[in-house]
Design a protein around this ligand. Structure first.
Ligand SMILES: Cc1cc2nc3c(=O)[nH]c(=O)nc-3n(C[C@H](O)[C@H](O)[C@H](O)COP(=O)(O)OP(=O)(O)OC[C@H]3O[C@@H](n4cnc5c(N)ncnc54)[C@H](O)[C@@H]3O)c2cc1C
Length: 457
């Protein structure tokens, strides 16, 4: 250990190598309930410093755990068994915004919302919008292929990655992609690192595609007596050729939690509500689309549909969706948020089966999510201080995953595998896919030092 710390200090400076117990605790967790102490945490300030740290780790065979802002929900940046936590948060600069080519070159530790703000000020738009945008980094978003409400129309983080700088597990620096929009030269190495959860290398820089911000936005809320109708409406809207920027759903438990906490005047006798947003560059077209969506909602059984007439009304409609997570805290001390995806048409069956699991195990489950993508966030509410409840939660999570797989969906739409979903990976992707992943991991990281135990055993 002494040898490791002194080598790290020599390579990147004493102030960037943290060894006190307090500091190690600060780098021991993510946003799950998992925690373990690293031997040391390092905060490099350049790709060269990252490479120096990785080379030391490789020579000594010590695990490296890349870390953004630890907002991850799969225990993917928790340093189980120790090792070096490598935090990217000091590498948070925007290196270039290229207006002509509509790209941003950033260091991986930049906070997502800071990038969004900076490009908006230049009249440009970075669409991926994880709800954690103020507490996650671009590197973490790429490593988890983060999504958000806008991804129905605009796609996920990976759709915006044009190039990467990555420190490989042996300390070499790999550069992928570039500003050329069309590029089919060799394997798509950008895609290899998107969603790799820190297991194949440390992303230090990203070249991101930008677009134009939508000039006009319209938002509506539709209340449904029957969840089934809300779900059929989602398909009907998309079948009508409308691609809303967002198409979010909340179930009755979510609605009652929000109402209890916020008193927004949401009806408590409905089974579901949808929040629909259309956007674009032509005000009339955007207005026509929201009106068509509203008409479809009514045709499919919405009890009432409200289309926001002003920005304030729009904000009010979104308040409900944004209040879901904070509202749950009033219901129970803890929540475990899952992230399954199912084919859109299977949403009602998925929700029905999740409710049955909730009834069987006796813990409430709130379901909300990105209905347009079939991406549901069942949140189990419980009290972790009660040991038996935690065991119940673990069983319920397994059952919820099986529901997703059984209905032709999968374990995660946004949060990744980490350690929490690893036991279900083979069931989800099959043994050939799993073996292919092992081959890739083994080729790039033969010593197994890069975020070991995450995604794969
Ligand atoms: C309140 C809340 C809301 C959330 N909402 C969403 C949402 O809407 N959509 C969504 O997709 N996710 C959401 N998340 C999950 C989380 O924010 C995302 O997974 C996010 O992308 C993680 O970014 P991070 O910087 O915090 O990464 P961390 O949590 O620090 O790390 C996550 C993973 O990425 C790896 N990693 C981080 N940086 C790098 C790097 N530079 N190079 C290589 N690997 C790296 C880590 O090793 C780990 O495997 C939410 C989380 C919270 C707490």
């Amino acid at each position: 250990m002494t040898n490791l710390v002194s080598e790290l200090r020599e390579a990147i400076g004493t102030k960037s190598v943290l060894t006190s117990l307090e500091d190690r605790i600060a780098y021991s967790y993510d946003s799950t309930f998992e925690q373990d102490l690293p031997d040391v945490a390092v905060l490099p300030e350049s790709t060269e410093e990252v490479a120096a740290v990785v080379r030391i780790a490789a020579e000594q065979g010590i695990p490296i755990i890349p870390r953004g802002m630890a907002s991850g929900l799969a225990a993917a940046s928790v340093p189980f068994g120790g090792g070096i936590v490598l935090s990217l948060t000091r590498m948070n600069r925007i290196l270039e915004i290229d207006d002509a080519n509509r790209t941003a070159l950033v260091e991986a530790g930049i906070v997502t919302a800071d990038l969004e703000t900076a490009v908006r000020e230049r009249g440009l738009f970075y669409p991926p919008d994880p709800s954690s945008n103020k507490q996650s980094t671009i590197g973490g978003n790429i490593a988890c292929n983060a999504g958000g409400p806008r991804c129905l129309k605009y796609g996920v983080t990976g759709d915006y990655v044009m190039g990467l700088k990555v420190v490989l597990p042996d300390g070499q620096v790999l550069e992928t992609g570039g500003k050329a929009i069309k590029n089919v030269v060799g394997y798509d190495l950008n895609a290899l690192f998107v969603g790799s959860e820190g297991t194949l290398g440390v992303i230090t820089e990203a070249l991101l595609r930008l677009t134009s911000p939508p000039a006009f936005v319209r938002t509506a809320r539709a209340d449904f007596d029957a969840l089934e109708d809300a779900s059929r409406t989602v398909n009907a809207i998309l079948d009508a050729g409308i691609v809303p920027a967002t198409l979010e759903m909340m179930d009755e438990t979510a609605i009652s939690c929000i109402e209890e906490a916020m008193e927004l005047g949401l009806p408590l006798d409905i089974e579901a509500l949808l929040i629909i947003e259309t956007d674009g560059s032509d005000d009339d077209a955007v207005a026509r689309e929201i009106e068509t969506a509203a008409r479809i909602c009514r045709e499919y059984g919405a009890r009432q549909v409200m289309v926001a007439a002003t920005e304030a009304e729009r904000g009010q409609l979104w308040r409900a969706r944004r209040s879901v997570s904070p509202s749950l805290a009033r219901k129970a001390p803890n929540k475990l948020g899952e992230d399954i995806t199912v084919p859109r048409s299977a949403i009602p069956e998925a929700v029905r089966r999740i409710k049955a699991i909730s009834a069987e195990y006796g813990l409430p489950v709130v379901v909300f999510g990105h209905a347009g993508d079939g991406n549901l966030h069942p949140n189990i509410l419980f009290d972790k201080r009660v040991e038996a409840e935690w065991e119940t939660v673990e069983q319920m999570v397994g059952e919820i995953f099986r529901v997703a797989l059984d209905l032709g969906g999968t374990l995660s739409g946004e949060h990744g595998v980490g350690t929490l979903k690893k036991p279900y990976l083979e069931e989800a992707i099959g043994s050939v896919s799993l073996n292919t992943m092992h081959l890739i991991k083994g080729a790039l990281d033969p010593q197994g030092i890069m975020n070991p135990g995450k995604v794969l055993d």
